[in-house]
Ligand binder design. Structure first.
Ligand code: G6P
Length: 607
């Protein structure tokens, strides 16, 4: 999704902005641009990667101490030099970058054209530059206020003008925006990692706020103009965490961080006897005793974590649990009611559909719990209760460590709820706690033994179609394994419950078709073996993910990816790891851009 960067201070703005934009690359983008006040507003922008823009700046440098920058992910208008941000008004004195969508784009476009404005791009953003210019009457903040008053939608907007050459004005309406505070310099960005190496002190801008940024700091007001007091948030993340370390790709680095992530997610929250403390989960025992339905809502990988969560909650708590894609739930008139708990899962905490579904559920009277990785994210601020996954910044678009942390978070939540409802007795709680505490070491062993994974990757590298099967929790893991493979290797891949195979997909299983089976759940083991036999009988090549103690599966599968044995309820944590590595190695063999797969964005902050 689009990235925003801004700087005002006494240093050269261009390299600082470019560096910030590079750190936002993981959000996905198709063009990039900067505007610097270099004896007047000057813009450089280019379709393609940031290197393209860097080359342009080399030929036509910009020098100045105030500027804004942007990486664009096309929504209105195709990716092109012209549609890239920043956009200026006709005079070139007002310049804007913007993240999000202006919904009344067509009306505004017609109004501006009727008033004689010539538009040079296909974007909704350019309209904002013209609106600000038209509204300017000696006060930039007032002009921005008047302009956004005419614009409907969800966005973050950043404006700079030669008329007030030491000021940047920004407005937030849904799309994220943070201010980084330095010594005699101030930064603006769409998220914290962009400037974390320059400052650790941040102001998080909330919805419907306007911020005036100068070298001396930032003044926050509501969009109506009322003053806002905001506490400075000090961020402790290690800047190194956002770097690639020694790994070839962020994705691989993040896969290898998983043992540490599990440890972090559990740290200080789980006793040997299964007692759980969750610092920002505030609901009281009465609420839990009367709990109706648990709703889980999310998109993408977070949804797949929710698929696991549903089964955990149902099995352990014997409470009805529903998992819904957020983009479906928000339009489905769900039967959510007061006394229910909605768990919204989102790595970024900024996914537009997840925020909308969560707000809908909150509005219908449920308690809203955010399971998110990003401190201070919109979802966390909307929620009544927060469970931070503590996975650290995740850069690779394909999510790995955040998923694992989401699973661990849900086990903790189940333990907390079950202790109050009585559904999980003391012995069972202790058993689960000990199982959870063993997971970091177990994942470590999976990461050490990757020969079979390499062989499996070689088997898939030239395939056209791959099918993933499993039952129960194995099915939930198969869904995530399939998504991982599809998104980074561009292989057609589908996951289904093993029992569903013969209701259609079996027609596609012929000699040499690869099937990945996740087979850990003992209660349905024989049933899954039957499905494996069915596909083997048709000449399929089978890759299995199974416990290291399983002596049966080797008779049927061509390659077995072994995972340490756990109780079945905890198996998803280990089982997904070989599938993440498998996807990674297939994409690598196919020579693809693993961390930034085509057409995908890390955080989808528009609908
Ligand atoms: C995008 C990302 C996925 C992610 C999904 C939900 O599609 O590419 O990796 O799972 O959004 O993101 P969230 O931040 O809400 O977990």
């Amino acid at each position: 999704m689009c990235g925003i960067m801004g700087y005002v201070g006494s240093a050269d703005a261009t390299p600082i902005i470019m560096d910030g934009l590079r750190r936002l690359e993981y959000r996905g983008y198709d063009s990039a641009g900067v505007a610097v006040n270099d004896h007047g507003i000057n813009v450089r922008k280019a379709e393609g990667k940031i290197d393209q823009l860097a080359a342009l700046l080399e030929d036509e440098p910009l020098t100045g101490t105030i500027g804004i920058g942007h990486t664009r992910w096309a929504t209105h208008g195709r990716p092109s030099d012209l549609n890239a941000h920043p956009h200026t008004d006709a005079s070139g004195e007002f310049v804007v970058v913007h993240n999000g969508i202006i919904e009344n784009f067509q009306t505004l476009r017609e109004e501006l054209q009727a008033s004689g404005v010539e538009l040079t791009s296909e974007t909704d953003t350019e309209l904002l530059a013209h609106l600000v210019a038209a509204e300017y009457d000696g006060n930039l903040a007032a002009a921005v206020r008047a302009a956004v008053d005419r614009a409907e939608g969800a966005y973050a907007l950043v404006v700079m003008s030669d008329r007030e050459p030491r000021t940047i004005i920004a407005v937030r309406k849904i799309s994220p925006l943070v201010v980084g505070l330095g010594e005699g310099e101030t930064f603006l960005a769409s998220d914290i990692p962009a400037v974390l190496h320059r400052t650790r002190d941040f102001l998080i801008i909330e919805d419907d706020e306007l911020v005036t940024i100068t070298a001396e700091g930032a003044i926050i007001e509501t969009i109506e103009g009322d003053p806002v007091e905001r506490e400075v948030m000090h961020i402790d993340w290690d800047a190194q965490q956002a770097e690639k370390g020694g790994y070839e790709h962020f994705m691989l680095k993040e896969i290898y961080e998983q043992p540490a992530v599990i440890t972090e997610t559990l740290a200080g929250r789980l006793d040997e006897d299964g007692t759980v403390w969750l610092e920002d989960v505030k609901f009281n025992d009465d609420f839990v005793r009367d709990l109706g339905t648990i709703w889980i809502t999310a998109c993408g990988t977070a949804y797949h974590a929710g698929l696991v969560g549903t089964q955990i909650f149902q099995r352990l708590l014997r409470l009805p649990t529903m998992v819904e894609y957020a983009h479906e739930m928000r339009y489905a008139d769900p039967l959510v009611k007061s006394g229910d708990l909605t768990v919204a899962i989102s790595q970024s905490g900024e996914t537009a559909d997840t925020l909308a579904a969560a707000r809908l559920a909150g509005g219908l009277g449920t308690r809203l719990l955010a399971l998110t990785n990003v401190v201070g994210s919109t979802l966390s601020r909307d929620a009544d209760d927060i469970l931070y996954t503590r996975a650290g910044p995740e850069i690779s678009v394909g999510s790995t460590k955040a998923y694992l942390a989401m699973l661990v978070g849900q086990y903790l939540l189940a333990l907390k709820l079950g202790a109050v409802t009585g559904a999980i007795d003391a012995d069972r709680a202790a058993q689960i706690a000990q199982g959870l505490k063993r997971l970091p070491a177990q994942v470590e062993t999976i990461l050490e033994e990757t020969d079979d994974i390499a062989a499996a990757a070689a088997m898939l590298a030239d395939a056209d179609d791959v099918y993933f099967i499993g039952r129960g929790l194995d099915y939930a893991v198969a869904m995530e394994g399939s998504l991982k493979l599809k998104e980074i290797s561009y292989l057609h891949s589908e996951a289904m419950p093993a029992g569903e195979l013969k209701h259609g997909t079996l027609a596609l299983v012929t000699k040499g078709v690869p099937i990945v089976v996740v087979i850990t759940q003992r209660s349905v083991y024989d049933k899954t073996i039957s499905a494996v036999q069915e596909v083997k009988a048709r000449g399929a090549e089978v890759i299995a993910v199974a416990y290291d103690t399983d002596t049966e599966i080797g008779k049927f599968a061509d390659i077995v990816l072994r995972i340490p044995e756990t109780e079945d309820l905890l198996a998803p944590v280990n089982a997904v790891v070989p599938l993440q590595l498998l996807a990674y190695h297939v994409a690598r063999l196919r020579g693809l851009d693993i961390d930034q797969p085509r057409n995908l964005a890390k955080s989808v902050t528009v609908e």
